[in-house]
Design a protein around this ligand. Structure first.
Ligand code: ADP
Length: 337
């Protein structure tokens, strides 16, 4: 049998998981497990690049692990980045294959460093923030990934990873790294139900995201109060709020079951209350299963931690092999025990 292609993707441990994260990233990860050899990382080294607290980082890391397993990621595909310290070692080596100028031109650095300046009076912008895409290149290349599922905002970083791989290959005179390709799947962009002109996001505050694990009553309340039509949309067009509700229905796989709603919309006699009821029902159904799985996982945290440490240990072996070969090619010494 032909070897499955390698897929790698990572996520930062930064708190609650909302339906934007789920429909826009995690659900795709879950599905990819059927077709590819998948490795998914909870990247705590990355989460240190912005101001943070150690206690929260530790808590968020395990919370995200639980959330990922509860939503359908297989534990054996998961690792915690700091349990594979070779990522940091490869990052250092890659730093020497990437120019300072390239890093300062990264859009995410420009955005986050100006954001950080506005929020924090002490103007602290860590060198880690500048170096973020190099660590990301290490995350990807350490597992010799063929494909990286990325959103459009990450395409520039993936291009940098390819660039680093290419420069490394040229320098050592060997096509050692395959150049990773983006895996651009059609994924929905979920908007805030409280303000459908902006993305559903944690950073905008609690009313702008719906937690995947929220209680049924809260989900229903958030959907019931979703903005539908503010009267600003030209007649004959669908307003951003209604578009978003239909898109949530589609992402939940319930569009066919509610085909009459779209027909009503087209005929101009859709009752928003019916659309909201259908969306709330769909989200609650998804959430219910996830919440039950989460409770079960939380009941035995010790076993869960053990399991993730074991999977990280297994995944680490692959990282160690790459770093060993890279060090040899780069003229560095390998430690032998
Ligand atoms: P947040 O904006 O809430 O902080 P993150 O930036 O941590 O979310 O995003 C984690 C993942 O979820 C990324 O892959 C991102 O592309 C995806 N994602 C986040 N918000 C949305 C959204 N509203 N719609 C679609 N995908 C999203």
């Amino acid at each position: 049998m032909e070897k499955r292609k390698q897929v790698l993707s990572c996520i930062q441990p930064t708190g609650d998981m909302h339906f934007g994260n789920y429909f826009g990233a995690i659900k795709n990860w879950v599905d990819l497990q059927n077709t590819y050899d998948c490795i998914y990382g909870v990247v705590d080294y990355h989460a240190m690049t912005m101001p943070y607290t150690p206690k929260k980082l530790r808590e968020n890391t395990w919370e995200l692990i639980i959330n990922l397993i509860a939503t359908g990621i297989k534990p054996e595909h998961l690792f915690i980045q700091s349990l594979v310290p070779e990522h940091a070692e490869l990052c250092w080596i890659f730093n020497c294959f990437c120019s300072y100028g390239q890093l300062t031109r990264m859009t995410q650095f420009k955005d986050k460093s100006s954001h950080s300046k506005a929020e924090h009076a002490d103007d602290f912008i860590s060198a880690g923030l500048l170096d973020y895409p190099v660590l990301q290149a290490a995350d990807i290349l350490i597992y010799r990934a063929d494909y990286v599922p990325v959103g459009k905002d990450q395409v520039q970083h993936l291009e940098l990873s390819r660039n680093i791989a290419q420069r490394f290959n040229n320098q050592v005179g060997k096509e050692y790294f395959v150049l990773p390709e983006p895996l651009l799947t059609e994924i929905p962009k979920v908007m805030s139900t409280a303000d459908p002109t902006r993305k559903m996001s944690k950073s905008a505050g609690e009313k702008h995201y719906i937690n995947v694990f929220a209680e049924e009553a809260r989900i229903r309340k958030q959907i019931r109060s979703a903005v539908t039509d503010t009267g600003e949309t030209p007649s004959g067009e669908m307003s951003p709020g209604v578009t978003n509700l239909f898109s949530l229905l589609k992402a939940s796989g319930k569009m066919d079951a509610h085909a009459s709603l779209m027909a009503d919309q087209e005929a101009g006699n859709l009752r928003y209350v019916d659309l909201k009821e259908a969306v709330a029902e769909a989200l609650v159904e998804i959430s219910q299963t996830f919440r039950e799985r989460k409770e079960a996982l939380k009941a035995d945290r010790k076993a869960l931690k053990q399991q993730i440490k074991a999977s990280s240990f297994e995944i680490r072996k692959r990282a160690q092999q790459t770093v060993k070969e890279v060090k040899e090619l780069a003229g560095l010494q390998n430690v032998r025990f």
